[in-house]
Write a protein that binds this ligand. Structure first.
Ligand code: HEM
Length: 490
């Protein structure tokens, strides 16, 4: 089985230093990981077009906002999407046919290495970097666009002359929140560069870039483990999935992304997306343009030069200021926001995202939620609890209850958690898959912060004992820009 963790155990046992995250500045072309299966022996769940239609009708919220998740500021919805775009991208599986996950390329490395931000480094993808010859250390900072037109965001992602972002993963420009989160991470990297270029380290050139990227990656990985994951799967599950080997995920030499994660469990985030957001002191802005309106009104759609009026004050999306209560995510349940049933043309040809999720799950021959629960030694959800009385046709209802698409099952499981956490985090099946995969990627990566000996701790300023997403935001924008209070650095 897993020889990487074995190597770690040996290295740790002999008091050796495992390799640090000091890769060469121009990393070798990315190894394209494969997808795989977490439960290869389970049969595929069968799903007809009629059942897909029934399930879709059951999930459509009809423009009424479902309950909100008072544990989860809305910024974490988009951190979840940003994390997804760092580790998984399947642009090639066919919706119509059977796909062998081992034959599919993952266009992102299955590592928390922020290849979505850095690409494969300044040598291979120089257009992502700032080569200003008059600035110190050309090619070390990430490139930004500045706009003089007052109608546009003064500082935006670098864009081509048609407004498309030039970034490591085009999906990070799919809506104005993820675009500005990508922008925030660019600022974070650039600020870490300034930090390391100053005393006492005073690093330059390649060494400066390598150390800044390592520092950014490790603080981000810390946030994934210490801030994001406990909110999404609960503290008990985080503790249960720490350490190696995992219970259900097996790596044979190379880590991979299981399709149970990419095509079902991690798509829980689609349920957290809201119809509209309050991103500043002004009115709410819808997540996408209203296609029925002739004039494009203010909206958070992406793939364009961002107008000034969608500039985010991050205190509205993360808890950053005592005077501003951030927007919350939607509950994790069977209700999906109406705009996700009508994606803008630029996002996908099939406009209903829930349909895409179900078709992708079928094309990748995912097992049913019940079979996965049983394989985990859990009592599957059953009866009316499973569909919450939503699937209306008796025939479809009966068959969905017997054998449920994994994505639907995982959302239903979250909606059925007893007590305060109901619909606030993932349940036992979803939580276990997400927890094992995210922790497994860090455990399997000798360059992750988790694999360092002696153990590594965040070094950048933080508001309290643990380093969180809000500390990344504050470090990225220390001047009080984007509504953030200034934080002393260093
Ligand atoms: C406005 C918000 C979002 C939109 C419009 C959106 C849209 C999409 C689309 C069009 C796909 C491709 C579906 C397919 O062809 O199978 C996709 C895939 C996916 N989405 Fe989202 N998404 C959003 C938010 C999120 C969030 C918050 C999460 C995370 C928790 C997430 C997780 C995923 C995952 C895991 C995939 C599969 C990625 C792959 O392996 O290729 N998405 N999304």
């Amino acid at each position: 089985m897993a020889d990487v963790p074995q190597a770690l155990a040996q290295a740790a046992g002999h008091g050796l230093n495992v390799p640090q995250g000091m890769d060469a500045r121009g990393e070798a072309p990315r190894t394209r990981g494969r997808f795989g299966r977490m439960f290869p022996s389970l049969p595929a769940q069968e799903l007809t077009e009629e059942q897909i239609d029934e399930i879709l009708a059951a999930m459509m919220s009809g423009g009424i906002e479902s309950d909100l998740n008072d544990h989860l500021p809305a910024g974490y919805t988009y951190l979840a999407q940003f994390i997804d775009h760092d580790i998984t991208f399947d642009p090639t599986s066919k919706l119509g046919g059977d796909n062998d996950p081992r034959a599919l390329s993952n266009f992102r490395t299955p590592r928390f290495d922020l290849d979505s931000l850095y690409g494969s480094g300044p040598a291979d993808q120089p257009y992502l970097y700032d080569w200003d010859p008059d600035a110190p250390n050309p090619g070390v900072k990430l490139l930004l666009d500045t706009n003089t037109d007052p109608k546009l965001l003064a500082v935006d992602l670098p864009r081509n002359n048609q407004g498309r972002a030039i970034i490591g993963d085009a999906r990070n420009d799919e809506n104005a929140i993820i675009s500005q989160l990508h922008l925030l991470f660019i600022h974070f990297h650039n600020r870490v560069v300034d930090f390391l270029a100053g005393p006492p380290t005073q690093l330059v050139a390649d060494e400066l870039f390598d150390e800044a990227r390592r520092m950014v990656r490790w603080h981000y990985q810390w946030v994934v483990v210490d801030d994001f994951l406990p909110r999404i799967v609960g503290g008990d599950t985080v503790n249960a999935v720490r350490g190696w080997p995992a219970r259900f995920l097996e790596y044979d030499r190379e880590p991979y992304i299981p399709v149970e994660f990419s095509a079902a469990a991690y798509r829980f985030g689609h349920s957290m997306v809201r119809d509209s957001y309050k991103i500043d002191a002004g009115d709410r802005a819808p997540i996408f343009a209203d296609p029925t309106m002739p004039e494009p009104a203010r909206h958070l759609g992406g793939f364009r030069r961002l107008p000034h009026d969608v500039k985010i004050d991050w205190a509205h999306l993360y808890k950053l200021r005592s005077d501003t209560k951030p927007e919350m995510s939607r509950s994790i349940d069977l209700d999906i926001a109406a705009p996700l049933f009508a994606l803008p043309a630029g996002v996908n040809k099939i406009h209903a995202l829930p349909r895409l999720n179900l078709m992708r799950g079928r094309a990748l021959e995912l097992p049913s939620g019940q079979d996965v629960a049983l394989a985990m030694g859990l009592e599957p959800l059953a009866g009316d609890a499973l569909t919450l009385g939503r699937v209306k046709s008796p025939a479809a209802n009966a068959s969905v209850k017997q054998s449920t698409p994994l994505w639907f099952y995982i959302l239903s499981e979250a909606a059925n958690i007893e007590g305060d956490d109901r619909a606030k985090r993932l349940g036992p099946v979803g939580g276990r898959i997400v927890g094992e995969v995210l922790m497994g990627l860090l455990e399997a990566d000798p360059r992750s912060y988790l694999r360092q000996w002696p153990a590594w701790q965040p070094v950048l300023p933080r508001a309290d004992a643990s380093f969180k997403m809000r500390d990344i935001a504050r470090f990225a924008y220390p001047e009080g820009e984007y509504g953030l209070p200034g934080t002393p650095v260093g």
